[in-house]
Write a protein that binds this ligand. Structure first.
Ligand code: HDD
Length: 707
């Protein structure tokens, strides 16, 4: 029975601005400052946000509770459809700065003056996984850049890989269906290691070049800051005289490239599913602003005609050794978003957002994309006015006659909403600008209306081979391992064999390694090839990550496992050497509160050992004491800290007491990747070695079951 004792019905009068109300109706003083009154969306002040309106303290909730209904209604509608691809992403603001004027090549306003800064927003993403998937999925990374130029928004909607799976947009829905979770079972999430994906790949020879890239460490970057970006397609730059130059866009990370190893990626997805977004957030918050340089590959029609492939084919790249890159500016990310949903989630990129001086080519993938992006935003953002959202709105003046629709909140004033009109210059609204307005390059066209592929698109293996032979031995081993891993998850033996039949057209040795790693009973015949593989293409060292790694350890992080009694000089020496390099140190301890060093100094920890595995770091140090090491020896996660760092070929600094932990962790050979620290000054040598990022010689010994 409902009670209505006066004592149970607490006072719900509107709270004072400096007072908060607890769940029982009690009030709390808020420390310092004015507190804004809580209101409904309509601005009505709210007296009680803890309890719904009831008929008696134990009675039913009343429909009349307008505050509850408004709050719940809004919550129920908080989600919008996630992107069909690139659902998981992370964005940041920054600027693009030109190094020189490119007025001889393009009339694009952004490239007219050296030193010009333009606001930018960048969103990085994974392609296949849902919004809540883990950052270290083996996947292509999206690299979408919005440049708020003075003549409109220019989006370069690229990836961290310079080629694509398919040549014609017609196949995009098939590609994505095959890559995402299988439709009957709803898994696997965020991974290509399943039958549907490899079935499709094995039936699409044009994907083989991209297959080499996605099986390389490009798809498991260590940080979004350490990866390249590419516009992929061939675009045009048009100068004031109307002359067209072909262009390919490249973003080169200032800190060099770096990836993790696959076993590390698998474990990182559990240890920190937000590894990449946390890294970007932390770097920007610390003022260590990520930076890329914009490089252009520029060439004309005559040059394009000399290639053995079509520059309109997005499955091909132009080696930098053939057309060197001209570095024309830098992109700096210096501000995190204020609100993830408003900015990162609602940002809408579109390949067709270009500006005067830039133009498309007839790449059939690009042409299809130019339809898809606008279309998808309509569904995702709920109406045609998403360009009114601050993140999408141009930062230059804009005037047009488009009006109304859902949620239009920048609305023109006045009478004229059509053109031509006779209302005069003041009231008649905007007019075309034949001088500065965008003009398409008047490329001559002729041809029969047909569903065809151009003849020059037919070579599917030569550049796949070129990519493979451009890799270091370590990287080639990783490609073979990745293929074996992925195909081991494929349940249908015929699909495994069909993939190997393509590898035979790329590199026989690779095919043999993969066939051996899968224990195929017999080697399949090479896949039918429309064009034979060219075996005379030269290696392109620029395609390797390891040959284009960092030249310092800047921006990297060392995890230092410490215990009570640690020699403070070693800790200080290591910290100083890392800071001098522009690198970071994080302390990992048995308890997060920290440890007491030999001289009584308190060292605060950033991680407790069971939540701070060595996976989180580029290199590690184990600095302990004769007593302290006993705690570590009996802690499984401390042993994992060592054995994982060892297996992932990391550089390891240590002091003498740590060696008993190494024994317990099964690490019996202290190879050239280990650095004994006996005094603070020893740390310098360790940090210098870390510039090499990993001690790769160790890797084959630590992974006997790999290819
Ligand atoms: Fe796409 C999103 C990059 C081919 C259709 N794409 C999307 C994003 C990136 C790319 C980075 C995420 C943008 C963001 O952060 O919001 N896409 C590429 C690249 C491609 C490519 C580099 C090949 C060179 N895409 C491609 C094709 C089609 C699409 C061929 C369809 C014909 N892409 C879309 C889309 C998405 C998208 C469905 C989903 C969400 C969105 O657009 O805004 O329209």
């Amino acid at each position: 029975m409902a009670t209505s004792k006066a004592s149970e019905l607490k006072d719900t009068a509107f709270a004072d601005q400096k007072v908060l109300r607890g769940t029982g109706g009690e009030t709390h003083q808020v420390a310092g400052g004015d507190v804004k009154p809580l209101t409904t969306q309509q601005g009505m002040p709210v007296s009680d946000d803890q309890n719904s309106l009831k008929a008696g303290a134990r009675g039913p909730t009343l429909l009349e509770d307008q505050h509850f209904r408004e709050k719940m209604f809004h919550f129920d509608h908080e989600r919008i459809p996630e992107r069909i691809v690139h659902a998981r992403g992370y964005g940041a603001h920054g600027f693009f700065e030109t190094y020189e004027s490119l007025s001889d090549i393009t009339s694009a306003d952004i490239f007219q003056r050296a030193g010009e800064k333009t606001d930018a927003f960048v969103r990085f993403s994974t392609v296949a996984g849902n919004k809540g998937s883990a950052d270290l999925a083996r996947d292509v990374r999206g690299f979408a850049v919005k440049l708020y130029t003075k003549e409109g928004n220019w989006d370069i909607v690229g990836n961290n890989i310079p080629v694509f799976f398919i040549q014609d947009a017609m196949k995009f829905p098939d590609l994505i269906h095959a890559a995402k979770q299988e439709p009957d079972r709803g898994f696997p999430q965020a991974q290509t290691a399943h039958d549907n994906f490899w079935d499709f790949m094995s039936l699409m020879p044009e994907a083989m070049h991209m297959v080499m890239w996605i099986m390389s460490d490009r798809t498991i970057p260590r940080s979004l800051r350490f990866m390249e970006g590419f516009g992929v397609h061939t675009f045009r730059m048009i100068n004031a005289e109307g002359k067209s130059t072909y262009v390919k866009f490249h973003w080169k990370p200032k800190l060099g490239m770096q990836s993790v190893v696959w076993n590390e990626a698998l474990k990182l997805n559990g240890a920190d599913p937000d590894f990449h977004r946390r890294d970007l957030w932390d770097a920007i918050q610390m003022g260590d602003y990520p930076e890329w340089e914009l490089g252009l590959q520029l060439f004309d029609d005559d040059f394009a005609d000399k290639f053995d492939f079509d520059v309109l084919d997005a499955t091909k790249l132009i080696p930098e050794e053939d057309v060197p890159i001209r570095t024309v500016g830098r992109l700096v990310l210096d501000r995190c978003v204020d609100n993830f949903f408003a900015e990162t989630e609602q940002v809408a990129f579109h390949t067709a957002n270009i500006v005067p001086g830039i133009d498309f080519t007839n790449d059939p993938l690009l042409q299809g994309r130019n339809f898809s992006y606008l279309d998808t935003q309509l569904k995702r953002l709920g109406g045609p006015n998403f360009s009114h959202l601050p993140i999408n709105a141009p930062r230059c003046p804009f005037h047009h006659f488009q009006q109304d629709g859902h949620m239009a909140f920048t609305n023109p004033k006045g009478r004229a909403n059509y053109e031509p009109n006779s209302w005069g210059p003041e009231e008649g609204g905007p007019r075309e600008d034949p001088e500065r307005g965008f003009r398409s390059h008047p490329e001559p066209m002729e041809g029969e209306k047909r569903r065809v592929r151009a003849e020059l698109f037919a070579d599917h293996y030569s550049q796949a081979r070129q990519f493979y032979i451009s890799q270091t031995e370590t990287e080639q081993r990783h490609i073979a391992d990745a293929l074996i891993f992925e195909l081991s998850k494929v349940e249908t033996p015929a699909i495994r064999a069909r993939v190997v039949s393509h590898l035979l057209n790329i590199d026989e040795d690779l095919a043999k390694k993969v066939a051996g790693g899968l224990r195929l009973k017999e080697m399949p015949a090479p896949a039918d090839a429309a064009k034979p593989t060219k075996t005379d293409l030269k290696a392109s060292p620029k395609l390797s990550i390891l040959l284009n790694g960092p030249d310092s350890f800047k921006g990297r992080k060392v995890g230092c496992l410490v215990t009570d009694g640690v020699d403070i000089d070693l800790v200080k020496g290591l910290k100083q050497a890392l800071e001098a390099e522009g690198a970071l140190i994080e302390f990992v301890a048995p308890e997060v509160g920290g440890v007491e060093a030999s001289d009584g100094t308190w060292i605060e920890a950033q991680q407790k050992v069971n939540g701070g595995p060595s996976l989180l770091y580029d290199a590690v140090a184990i600095l302990t004491s004769a007593e302290g090491v006993q705690t570590l020896e009996n802690e499984a996660t401390a042993k994992d800290f060592v054995s994982d760092a060892f297996a992932h070929a990391k550089f390891i600094a240590y002091n003498k007491p740590a060696t008993s932990l190494f024994d317990r962790a099964g690490v019996d050979e202290l190879d050239g990747g280990f650095f004994a620290l006996t005094s603070g000054s020893d740390a310098k040598g360790f940090v210098e070695a870390c510039r090499g990022v990993r001690f790769w010689e160790r890797e084959p010994k630590a992974h006997a079951a790999s290819a």
